[in-house]
Design a protein around this ligand. Structure first.
Ligand code: ADP
Ligand code: MG
Length: 480
């Protein structure tokens, strides 16, 4: 009986969150006991009300309870634990108080970024990212002054713990983000070995888009009376039109181009099941007028970063990705997801298509599968998915998709006290470019990236080189 009531209440909450213009007070962040600066900051970020997973988990998280929460991709899970752990940080205590384990470095970078946004009002909070694939020396040097919060992948964190560079004896909160994926990726041993360094008394939070038995088992081992939270509607993400096309094996590559021609998306992620497929697809698309770049495990860290910068600032319209490389990426305004072949698991399908149709917009998901996957495809059929023959894709008009902007790299960033306004000012006032020719400006520690109309890039480089930015001259080039 209790169970049913709760379920009905949650259903109501979910319903209100997504449909009401006049949100109930339980969806307001102000219903939580948070400080004024925290609430003001959320307001400035445009977080006017809690998402379902935030509304359901934050009250428990803030009461220092263990929580295991399931919600679909893009539902705001980071803030659901981030607001909780930030609320507990004692700034004057120079030790690691929170640690977030993530499956991939991209996801760890994103969590770090979101935590920094949520902590904007807090001076002197130190958050560091520890992931494999980056040089270990700078990480060790950074750890010589303890951070308040550590975000990273289990393998690299374990390495620092084993060598004694990282001390988490004072840890208050441990978060496993995308816990299911970490297990899929075989991180269970590393996670269990990390647990040996974690104090007994702590808060442990699990977040994930899907739950498996393995996750529940791990939760039972390392959590304490965890509050179980599940938002509804895992299988049918909001407003995504889902199409499936049965393709002859030898026509798979050509069919992707036809998909672009038929649906004319502004941008898209193409998911490939293997690195080899990803490389093949990206080559074929580029040869056929669809500008794209691949992201997969064979790339160096800096190459992956470059690709992600270009995709998120819309200077490359198509990203071809393997699942591992794309997991958890929060890319706004994605019009389409294309599956080059059915993914091996149903959960993966849900994750993939969850990247489009976010924040109330309608998205499109197109899945191409070849004959040998027909069995699997049959299993995906349901009333809201449209299945068609590959021939339905033929005869589309030729379609070219190229970004009108390119990316300028400036060899200076936050460490040089650069802000987006400085770059925008230099480009518009000093170099004389029209404001509307300038797109997204991303500032990292040592580099900045500016999306800019391609035809004006040379003028921008020349101008910035001669006039400088805030009186200083930096190296500048076009990202290849
Ligand atoms: P998940 O981890 O569930 O996939 P994220 O934490 O990455 O989702 O959040 C997805 C996006 O939603 C991010 O861009 C984040 O800034 C934004 N977001 C989170 N909470 C809110 C909120 N309450 N209101 C508006 N936007 C939010
Ligand atoms: Mg997430």
């Amino acid at each position: 009986m209790v169970g049913k009531n709760l379920k009905q209440r949650l259903k109501g909450l979910y319903f209100k969150h997504f449909t009401s213009n006049n949100p109930m007070s339980e969806l307001k962040f102000s219903s939580l006991h948070l400080s004024k600066p925290v609430l003001n900051n959320l307001d400035e970020l445009g977080y006017t009300q809690m998402t379902a997973v935030q509304a359901m988990s934050l009250p428990h998280v803030l009461q220092n309870k263990d929580v295991i929460a399931q919600a679909k991709t893009g539902s705001g899970k980071t803030a659901a634990f981030g607001i909780g752990l930030l609320n507990k940080i004692q700034l004057k205590q120079y030790e690691v108080q929170s640690m977030v384990l993530c499956p991939t470095r991209e996801l760890a970078d994103q969590v770090t970024k979101e935590l920094r946004r949520l902590a904007r009002f807090t001076q002197n909070i130190k958050i560091i990212t520890l992931c494999g694939g980056s040089a270990i020396g700078p990480q060790i040097r950074s750890l010589s002054h303890p951070a308040h919060i550590v975000v990273g992948t289990p393998g690299r964190i374990l390495k620092h713990l084993d060598k004694g560079y990282l001390d988490i004896a004072g840890l208050e909160t441990l978060v496993l983000d995308e816990a299911d994926r970490m297990l899929d990726m075989g991180f269970i041993d590393e996670i269990l070995r990390v647990m040996a360094f974690v104090p007994q008394k702590r808060q442990t939070l699990f977040f994930s888009a899907t739950f498996t038995n393995e996750i529940r088992k791990l939760s039972e081992t390392i959590q304490n009376n965890a509050v179980n939270i599940k938002t509804l509607d895992q299988e049918q993400p909001n407003s995504i039109a889902e199409y499936f096309y049965h393709i002859d094996t030898d026509k798979m590559l050509k069919s992707i181009v036809n998909v672009f021609a038929k649906y004319e998306p502004d941008n898209a992620i193409v998911f490939a099941n293997t690195k080899i497929d990803a490389k093949e697809v990206v080559r074929y698309l580029n040869d056929n007028g669809i500008e794209s770049a691949a992201i997969h495990g064979d790339l160096e860290q800096y190459q992956r970063n470059d690709v992600l910068v270009k995709f998120s600032n819309h200077t490359i319209p198509v990203l071809v990705a393997t699942d591992v490389a794309a997991r958890g990426l929060d890319i706004k305004e994605l019009s389409m997801v294309i599956n080059y072949g059915l993914p091996f698991e149903k959960n993966v399908y849900t994750h993939r298509i969850g990247r489009t149709g976010r924040a109330g917009k309608t998205g499109t998901a197109v899945t191409l599968f070849a004959g040998k996957q027909s069995h699997k495809a049959k299993d995906m059929e349901n009333s809201h998915r449209i299945f068609a023959k590959g021939s339905a894709l033929q005869n589309a008009q030729a379609f070219i998709l190229k970004a009108s902007n390119g990316t300028l790299v400036i060899e200076a960033g936050k460490k040089n006290k650069l802000r987006p306004g400085d770059i925008l000012g230099a480009l518009t006032k000093d170099v004389g470019l029209p404001g509307k020719s300038i797109g997204k400006i991303d500032i990292y520690d040592k580099q900045s990236y500016v999306a800019l109309e391609r035809g004006l890039i040379n003028k921008a480089i020349k101008g910035l080189k001669s006039k400088g930015i805030k009186g200083k001259r930096f190296s500048i080039w076009i990202m290849k």
